[in-house]
Each structure stands twice: as C-alpha cells, then as structure tokens.
Design a protein around this ligand. Structure first.
Ligand code: FES
Length: 84
C-alpha cells in the first residue's frame, strides 16, 4: 500500500496505481484527465522518487522540476507528499 498526502490529507492507494482519484478526492481540480489541460498540476514536496517517471504528456507540458500532473502520475510505493 502506498500513501499520498495532498495538502495534509492522507490517503492510501495501491502500489503501482494512478494518483488521480485520490488527488481529486483531496480537491485537486481534474479536467481532461488526459494530460492536456494543465488543471491538475501539483507540487511534490517529498517522495518524487516514489513516482513513476514523467509521462510524455507531462514532458510536453513543460512542468517545473517538482511539478507533476495528478491525472498522469503513478505511485510506485512508499509515501508522496504534495500540494496544489
Ligand atoms: S486533468 Fe487535464 S492535465 Fe490533468
């Protein structure tokens, strides 16, 4: 089981699963869910190493070093702390 913390709200998700639904439950605004609109940008404060590598959609978005798209990121295991 992996843990994602969004703005202090902690949720458990299965190892290797997308974080989109947990982020949406925590209030992150998801729009297209396809990596195109940019509405779901989150800032990773801790645990970037626990996320799978950037998707091509995230690379195309030109995100900052600590930013990810909530609709695209997949958690490997462990804990990720983020804010939006
Ligand atoms: S919801 Fe549109 S980029 Fe994530």
């Amino acid at each position: 089981m992996a843990i994602i913390v969004i703005d202090g709200e902690e949720m458990e998700v299965a190892d290797g699963s997308p974080i989109a639904d947990a982020c949406e439950d925590a209030g992150v605004p998801l729009g297209c869910r396809a990596g195109l609109c940019g509405s779901c940008v989150i800032t990773i404060e801790e645990g970037m190493e626990n996320l799978e590598d950037l998707t091509s959609e995230e690379e195309d978005m030109g995100l900052g070093e600590s930013q990810r798209l909530a609709c695209q990121a997949v958690i490997r295991s462990g804990k990720v702390i983020a804010s939006y």
